[in-house]
Design a protein around this ligand. Structure first.
Ligand code: SF4
Length: 345
């Protein structure tokens, strides 16, 4: 079976080059094509001899996913549906703003957590993406904009910390100085609050950013949003976040999807402020992006502003996520779900 090329280490590449009678220095050229020029096949690697291009083609898989659908919003946000060789799909979103471009990447096909408000949970968990598929997703986005992004966030489909080793292998290549070379500080992993994963991620000792989807300041409130199986008590999540901050020095972000009548009361905001300050964290408020049949809706604008200003008056650093891709089903998982429905899967 052919191996993926994008996860090959330098010693493995040099060894393989030796086995096909090619000099070791070709390794740097191949990686340059893969990691800096986002080549999708050996044909594009212009400075390689034909014999080496043929050998690469025969021995390795270079691209494993293809873009089967793209939606572009009026604000420039584009969402791609990527299909892998087994016919399974994930979504990736490219989000441009005034001074930067962010990729929102998926880590799994379907999601084992199955939050009640999220389209990604619909249809259940299918499988993990392996490291080379995650990289392929990343490079497909790079090809689409012709350069590296300024930021990447693992906030698409899946619970990244439940696909731990593949995530870390992909991040090591994306942030490896000799590989893609993105700053770890521009890389964010978002978790639903998977405590063992947060602790393990802290122990990597790398300055990656961690975002935790809290969504309610009470365990009862979270129970209305996240199924029991993978929901951890808030006090355990907070301990893990304090540990993350202590080990990595990175301030944790609590993601908070504001949902009308569920987590937007004055009592909620005061409790949230208490939790966040106990973790030296910050808050990213996300006015809820309605998902078909979820039964949840977004609070009025005045309520969102009031919630934000109460956090600020309690000295909590807070940002409000600006609406992006509003006219293209930009909430996570919606494009894949509509594709599955169309295909009758
Ligand atoms: S919100 Fe995240 S963790 Fe929850 S079901 Fe969606 S993708 Fe999974």
């Amino acid at each position: 079976m052919k191996k993926p090329l994008n996860t090959l280490s330098e010693p493995e590449m040099v060894e393989w080059l030796k086995s096909v009678g090619q000099p070791g220095y070709r390794s740097a050229q191949i990686f340059d094509w893969l990691y800096r020029k986002f080549a999708s096949g050996p044909d594009e690697m212009k400075n390689l001899p034909s014999a080496l291009k043929n050998a690469l083609q025969e021995n390795f898989v270079l691209t494993q996913c293809s873009v089967i659908k793209t939606q572009k919003a009026d604000d420039g946000t584009s969402k791609m549906l990527l299909e892998f060789s087994d016919g399974e799909c994930v979504e990736s979103v490219i989000i441009p703003s005034k001074d930067r471009t962010t990729f929102c990447l998926s880590s799994q096909i379907g999601c084992p957590v199955g939050c009640f408000f999220c389209a990604s949970g619909e249809g259940g968990f299918v499988r993990n993406l392996d490291a080379s598929e995650i990289l392929d997703e990343f490079f497909t986005c790079c090809r689409s904009i012709g350069r590296l992004p300024d930021n990447i966030v693992f906030m698409g489909t899946g619970e990244p910390l439940m696909n731990y080793s593949n995530l870390i292998s992909a991040l090591d290549i994306i942030c490896g100085e000799k590989q893609v070379g993105m700053s770890p500080r521009r890389t964010t992993v978002s978790t639903s609050g998977f405590v063992p994963g947060i602790r393990k991620f802290a122990d990597e000792g790398r300055p990656w950013n961690l975002a935790v989807s809290l969504h309610s300041p009470t365990d009862e409130g979270r129970a209305r949003l996240i199924p029991d199986k993978h929901r951890y008590p808030i006090h355990e999540i907070c301990e893990a976040c304090r540990y993350y901050f202590k080990v990595t020095g990175r301030i944790v972000t609590f993601e908070y999807a504001l949902i009308k009548g569920l987590n937007d009361s004055h009592d909620d905001v005061l409790k949230l402020a208490e939790i966040v300050s106990s973790c030296s964290a910050k808050v990213n408020l996300i006015p809820f992006n309605a998902v078909e049949k979820s039964g949840f809706s977004r609070p009025d604008r005045s309520k969102i502003i009031e919630f934000e200003s109460t956090l600020r008056s309690n000295r909590i650093p807070v940002t409000v996520r600006i609406e992006k891709g509003d006219n293209i089903n930009a909430a996570c998982g919606q494009l894949r779900v509509s594709h599955l429905k169309k295909e009758g899967k």
